[in-house]
Each structure stands twice: as C-alpha cells, then as structure tokens.
Write a protein that binds this ligand. Structure first.
Ligand SMILES: [Mn+2]
Length: 415
C-alpha cells in the first residue's frame, strides 16, 4: 500500500498581498499527476487546508475541483483530510456527506465523548488501513476530558485524547495492515539540529511529546510545522511541510510531499519505507542582494541588471536595504529600477545591525511565522517591544483580557 502525506496547503493565502491561486493550482495539478504516476492508494492531508477560517470561495472551489479531478484520474484513491488550526472545523465538516461520495473522509473536530469519530477504517485496493485522523485540538475540544486531574495541563489532555482514539483504533485494527496516525500540532523532538532556522521552536506553545502517538503506529503523518522533518529521530513520525514557500527564509529549501510505502516482510511484520518527492516551484522566490546589504546605488544597479528566470509564474522579489541608508527617496529609486520587470514585488526589508535581538527578529521575519506563535507569547513580545512600556512588567489584566478574547473567539468558532 502506498500513502502520500501532505499538509499545510493554506489555500486562499496571500503572499505579501499577492494572490497565490495559480501557485496552488500548479501544486494541485502536480499532485493529481503524482498520485496517478505513483499509484497512490491513500492521500493524507494533515491540516491547514485553508489559510483562514473563512477562505475565499475560490479556495474552496479549488479543493473541491481537485478532489473531483483526482478521483476521475485515480478512481480507487481514498483521501483523508483533517482540520488544522487555520481551518474552521465546521466549514470543513459541512461538505462531509458530499465528499464521502468521493471516498474522501474529513474530520474537523475531536469529541472526547466520541473518540470513535476520528478513527477511520479504510479499504483500499491493496487492503485495509486504520487511520486515527486527529484534527488540531483546541482547548475547548479537550476540556471535556475529565478523568485526568482537572488542573491537568494541555499536554496531558492532548495525550489522553490521542490515547482514547488509539484504544479504539487498536481494537478495530487488523493485524498486518497499516495503522496510521494523523495530527496537526507541534511535536517535541523535531529534527531541529539540522534546521538552520531555530525559529521553528515556537515560543510559548508547549510542544507535545512524540510518545502520544503510541507505539503501535506504523506511520505518523503530521502537519503544522512548515518544514519537512522527522520527529524524535523516528523514521516513521514525519512532518512533510508546506508545499509552497511561506517566507523568504524558505527560498533555498525544497518543498516536498512524502510517500510512505507499506510492505509485508518475510517474517510477517509490516515495513514502512518513506521517501520525499520534491514539488516543482512555479514562482521563484528572489531576495536581492542574496548576501550582505549593499549601498542603495549598487542595489539599484543590481535590480536594473537583474535577469529574471523564465518561469510559469512571475517571481516574487524582496529587497534588503541597510537601515542606516539615509537617502529618503530609496523607495522611489528602487521602484524605478524595477520598472518593466515582471516580478511580484514584496517590499523592502530594512536590515539593522545584527544584535542580541536577532533571535526575536528571526521569529518575526515574516507574518506566516507570527501566526504560529502562541497568542500569549505574541502579546508578551509585543509588550516588551513597546518603547512606552520600557521597564514595566506586563499587567495581569492584559493577560486576562486576552484570555477573554480567545474564549470568545473559540465560542464563535463552535457556533
Ligand atoms: Mn497549522
């Protein structure tokens, strides 16, 4: 049995105000072709299908069109989609009865009293598979878990949620067939030593131990972190990462999907071999200059002389300029140098002398990463960065006001 694992499509996302619809379409078309060429039996989409809880109609249309087209090409394919933190659980679930007609299983929310709802028994052409399709768990989803101490942390409740689903899955599961766990969360023990960007250690939000996925799982398909990586050095616990670059810091990184192939070994045990498949990038991501900042005049020369790669879609371009550059007409000069260049301009980054703040700056390098921060961390950092508040301690009241806002939003989301 062959499984393709992808996540974090963020359909409907704007990249520095530019629509990504054509990039998403290029990816989806590539994915359909890949599913066909690789003879995939099961497609797993591990959350953050959409970029927001209220995506544009074009993004929803894109998902449905993808499912329809793919099923025409690969009639035996099964698809499992879970909701991520960016998705609205309700919106995802609304199409459930219709999508079922296309062998597409969607799971928007975990109900602690009905953990069986996230356990799917799927029969592919190559045999059965059991999938624990655990969506992103909001605090409100797990507060019903009462057999743990009421003061139990978020982590303990998350572990209990997975345990309840795994108990059912192991009962239903047929020996010798794959048991797959899906999740959308920040798992501890990500392969960050080889990741030059430590900013994926997301401030504040507690990372969850990889133990929650159980020992029985043959493959764990995760979403939420934007770069592909193994978790806790396990070959079979993986993030596949986002298919499109989410920031300029990802310009030299190869985005991918993962293929997990299950095969029976001579001794009867199940083997799972995982390999990445790299996704072509239809719109290049360019940063100028690539290295250190250069004086404005030199930058403008470089821009005028810029030879653009011939690609399907116009490249994104962002320029870097040192903050000490005093010429106030820099914007105009840069825009003039870029005139008649077929690029999608993504602004000018003013670079300060590297200092001790560099760690924080890395987190804030672009908005896609800010979105991954825990709201409380974000508030604390914003407070600390506010000059008027220098030297003062953040008042308790601010924290409780934020809690109220979050609670209200979660309530709205429930409706
Ligand atoms: Mn996410």
């Amino acid at each position: 049995m062959k499984v393709l694992h992808t996540s974090d499509w963020h359909l409907g996302q704007l990249f520095y105000q530019h629509t990504r619809e054509k990039e998403h379409q290029a990816f989806l078309t590539w994915l359909t072709n890949t599913l066909l060429a690789e003879h995939i039996d099961l497609l797993l989409v591990a959350g953050d299908i959409y970029h927001t809880a209220t995506p544009p109609a074009s993004a929803e249309n894109q998902l449905y069109q993808f499912i329809k087209t793919t099923k025409q090409h690969c009639p035996d394919l099964h698809i499992v989609i879970i909701a991520g933190n960016h998705d609205s659980a309700n919106r995802i679930m609304a199409a459930k009865p219709l999508l079922a007609q296309f062998d597409t299983h969607v799971v928007g929310r975990f109900d602690a009293n009905h953990p069986e709802n996230v356990v799917l028994s799927i029969t592919t052409n190559k045999g059965p598979a059991t999938v624990v399709a655990m969506p992103f768990l909001r605090t409100s989803d797990i507060q019903l878990i009462t057999n743990t101490d009421n003061t139990s942390s978020y982590n303990v409740k998350i572990a209990e949620a997975y345990q309840r689903a795994l108990d059912i899955a192991t009962q239903q599961h047929q020996a010798d067939s794959p048991l797959i766990v899906m999740g959308h969360l920040h798992a501890k023990g990500g392969d960050i030593s080889t990741d030059s960007e430590r900013n994926l250690v997301i401030g504040g939000e507690d990372a969850i131990s990889a133990n929650v996925f159980g020992k029985q799982a043959d493959y764990v398909a995760l979403g939420h972190l934007h770069k592909a990586q193994k978790v806790a050095k396990s070959e079979h616990i993986r993030y596949c990462g986002t298919p499109l670059p989410m920031s300029f810091s990802e310009r030299n990184y190869q985005h991918q999907v993962l293929i997990a192939e299950f095969s029976q070994q001579v001794d009867g045990t199940l083997n799972c071999a995982v390999k990445p498949l790299y996704i072509p990038r239809p719109a290049p991501i360019l940063m100028l200059p690539e290295g250190d900042c250069v004086p404005l005049a030199q930058l403008c020369e470089q821009l005028s002389a810029l030879q653009l790669p011939t690609t399907e879609l116009a490249p994104y371009l962002r320029v870097k300029l040192h903050a000490s550059e005093t010429d106030t007409t820099f914007r105009e000069q840069i825009e003039n140098a870029l005139e008649a260049k077929a690029v999608r301009f993504c602004g000018i980054e003013r670079v300060r002398q590297t200092n001790n703040e560099s760690n924080n700056n890395a987190v804030f390098e672009d908005l896609s990463q800010v979105e991954m921060l825990n709201p409380h961390t974000l508030l604390a950092q914003a407070f600390a960065a506010n000059k008027d508040m220098a030297g003062t301690v953040m008042p308790e009241q601010l924290t409780s006001l934020l809690n109220n806002v979050i609670a209200e939003l979660e309530e709205q989301e429930q409706q």
